[in-house]
Design a protein around this ligand. Sequence first.
Ligand code: DP6
Length: 352
Amino acid sequence: MRSFRVKWKSPANIALVKYWGKNGHQLPANASLSMTLSEAFATTEVTFSPLKNEGGPVVTFTFENNTNEIFQQRIERYLQYLKENEMPFLQHYRLDIQSQNSFPHSAGIASSAAFMSSLALCLCSVEEQLYEGIGYSFFERASYIARLGSGSAARSVYGGYVSWGRSKHVPHSSDEYASPVNKTVHPSFMHYVDTILIVSEKPKAVSSSAGHRLMNDHPFQLARYRQAALHHEELLRCLLCEDRQRFVEIVENEALQLHALMMTSHPSYILMEPATLFVIQQIRQFRSETGIPVCFTLDAGPNIHVLYAKDESVAVENFINNQIIPSIAQPVRVMYDRLGNGPEQLFFEFDK
Ligand code: DP6
């Protein structure tokens, strides 16, 4: 049996239409649509060493050179599931996994999407090598495997704009894996900027999985899924037809809906901070004064993603640096990101 060493760099993504609520095993309750980032990424290296027996996968995991018991257990459960259901070859291997992020863990950026997609890509590279002609499209398979680790990770295996979930408006779409939709995006959306204002570095108050579960008996569940489907369809149209005005309305509405759902869940969570609302109001005022269609989105946390086209960056960045940041009492960390090209394999080595 051969040993392998593989390393992938894979980006985070920010959802424009949110995945919030699950069906079955890691299947989304609605189709989502995201923008893959460029500067926020994870790099993960996995060494696969053959075991003498079939007791694998044996796993070691370090994140930025430190062990992490909770994450280690999550990875073990994930790999065990894959061994039993998708990748039986894992029983023959010990996997030493080392990962790091290009961004601070506390930044509230969905780091599980970057990490889980990078790990899935490493697993799929070895699978592809072991079973040549397996008949899967590599990235489709990687998206499927990433999804089993974290739903939003399914979208991170592709660059640009990515859709995940069954929709009659995306050919060959599936709940099981994501697909890129860049061919139907107007060129003006292909140079989009995401400037992230980190107004709080506190750890998440609610994990994603617990958050998704809140949708199971949410009083607004049906209305949400109906609205998400409409937003998904309409946002695709906005990207195609360069409808910036409606794009802004939908993206902001999705962010606020996500938070409204959390606020009205049982238990209820308020994840915005006063600074979050302040920035939102500032962005809306700037937009109405200048006519520049800059907008915001939020993840399941208080930090604000400010989205705009690259050729608006001078005006918007002036506004961020000279108006927004000086008006916020606490320190704000700013991360400049943009639409990215997707993952990159850094190396793949094996014994012949
Ligand atoms: C609010 O993908 O982190 O970021 O599948 O349980 O790992 P799991 O959830 P996760 O949920 C992401 C939720 C979100 C919206 C989104 O990215 O679409």
